[in-house]
Design a protein around this ligand. Structure first.
Ligand code: BTN
Length: 320
């Protein structure tokens, strides 16, 4: 019902309570309650006596109905009908993992305004301030062997960088899936899954994108940036969410239908710091030096040592 009222408010500059109540077959009091509830969600609605309601501003929040309003195709509206919005959560990944275990369908997405225990790769914390970034997790049930699960994460990095390009930002991917803009990190991806020996049961891809942050705490100042800092303008978070979800859906379908090779090609085009001297820090703390030489067909980093031998590295942190 609230969606329908909002639609009328978006279509007309001014609409009377009586008109809404007649069109939707509800009492004037019920209209008033819905208007109050919409205001609580952040919609700015002016009420002029004897004239009616006007919508002054929509909230810059990733509310499901606002995200859906940015999908041009009915197909995407249908596919993404399970979007959750939480004002606060420990971590959207943890929340969605639970839904995945309970049988939630593919493309279920969870957005949060604030995370109290946002998590990054390698057990790091993820800076998750209220109201400015996008924190969300998306559920896949890929028809892949667990050995290839890494390709979903790399595919997501390609999708995010393509989505950001659509929004006007030319980003680069640092292996395996960090997104950088002008030399600073703008987005991180944390992917988690459950599988049996042959199949992936579910894979949750969690994305943290810095959007309207004006500043970062001192320990991140040199490392992180936001779309607003780089582009000078406030960005619509529901629009960014819709663009990213659509890009994630598109690239995922390419992966499922055509395999990893077309994605790998796109990844390489967007890759940052290739053919450069670097070292890879492994989970056990070991550091392997070498020259970055692209990515193997399975998504492993190819690292050339001083003797010219190339080692494929499945996971780690690329450092310079
Ligand atoms: C990284 O270390 O670069 C990955 C960061 C991933 C952060 C996102 S925010 C949404 C989702 N929920 C989490 O707790 N983490 C991911």
């Amino acid at each position: 019902m609230r969606g329908k009222i909002l639609q009328q408010l978006k279509e007309m500059p001014e609409v009377s309570g009586e008109y809404i109540s007649r069109c939707l077959g509800i009492s004037r009091a019920a209209v008033g309650k819905h208007i109050q509830a919409l205001r609580k969600e952040g919609y700015e609605i002016k009420a002029a006596p004897q004239r009616g309601y006007s919508l002054i501003n929509t909230p810059n929040k990733p509310l499901p109905r606002e995200i859906l309003s940015f999908f041009p195709s009915e197909e995407d509206k249908e596919l993404f009908k399970n979007i959750y919005y939480l004002p606060e959560v420990d971590s959207t990944n943890i929340y969605l993992r639970r839904l995945a275990e309970e049988g939630a369908p593919e493309f279920t997405a969870v957005f949060a305004e604030e995370q109290t225990a946002g998590r990054g790769r390698l057990a790091r914390a993820w800076h998750s301030p209220k109201g400015v970034s996008l924190f969300f997790s998306l559920l896949f049930r890929p028809p892949l062997s667990p050995m290839l699960a890494q390709t979903i994460t790399l595919t997501s990095a390609v999708a995010v960088s393509e989505g950001l390009e659509e929004l006007g930002f030319d980003c680069r991917i640092k292996w395996p899936n960090d997104i950088f803009l002008n030399g600073k990190k703008i987005c991180g991806i944390l992917s988690e899954m459950r599988s049996d020996p042959d199949t992936v049961k579910w894979q949750v891809v969690g994305i943290g994108l810095n959007i309207n942050n004006s500043a970062f705490p001192p320990y991140l100042e040199e490392l992180a940036t936001s779309l607003k800092i780089e582009g000078q303008n406030e960005i619509s978070r529901p629009k960014a969410a819709a663009v990213l979800l659509r890009a994630l859906r598109e690239e995922y379908q390419i992966l499922c239908r055509q395999g990893f090779e077309p994605i790998r090609q796109k990844w390489l085009k967007k890759a940052w710091l290739m053919n450069q001297r670097a070292y890879v820090s492994l989970a056990d703390g070991k550091k392997i030096p070498g020259i970055t030489r692209g990515m193997s067909p399975e998504g492993y980093l190819l690292l050339e040592n001083d003797n010219g031998a190339i080692t494929p590295i499945p996971s780690g942190d690329l450092l310079f």
